[in-house]
Design a protein around this ligand. Structure first.
Ligand SMILES: C[C@H](O)[C@H](O)[C@H]1CNC2=NC(N)=NC(=O)C2=N1
Length: 122
């Protein structure tokens, strides 16, 4: 646990770097290693994206969460797929479009999303 907190903090210190391709995707092993630094994120079945789900308090809580994520995404120059269904089920997927898979950027963005306060269903 102590190691995980330290490694999450390392991710939080980083900033997404512009990616227009030309870098290799993370391997499955590398992706799993990165995932250990995060809480609640999983790999999609194809191993090419990371995903997390939340049940938020209500629709507006979801929209407020999305607005804060939108600002973060603009600041980072890296943008997640945001899903809101049945008015309060939030799911977020992140991947690096330019390489059709995962890069460190995705894990940096995920760590920063986890820092955003969100009103959850109680
Ligand atoms: C150059 C700039 O970093 C790219 O156009 C960015 C913009 N936002 C992006 N967001 C995500 N999730 N993947 C990308 O590959 C991506 N590319």
């Amino acid at each position: 646990m102590a190691v995980q907190i330290h490694e999450t903090a390392q991710l939080l210190k980083k900033k997404c770097v512009p990616c227009e391709g030309g870098v290799p995707r993370l391997t499955l092993e590398e992706s799993k290693q990165q995932l250990e630094k995060l809480e609640g994120w999983t790999l999609t079945e194809d191993g090419l994206r990371i995903r997390k789900q939340w049940q938020v308090k209500n629709f507006m809580a979801g929209m407020e969460f999305f607005n804060k994520i939108a600002q973060l995404a603009e600041d980072e120059g890296h943008h997640p797929d945001l899903h809101l269904s049945s008015y309060r089920n939030v799911a977020i997927e992140i991947w690096t479009h330019a390489i059709g898979g995962l890069s460190e950027n995705d894990f940096i963005l995920a760590a920063k999303i986890d820092e955003i306060p969100v009103a959850l269903r109680t």
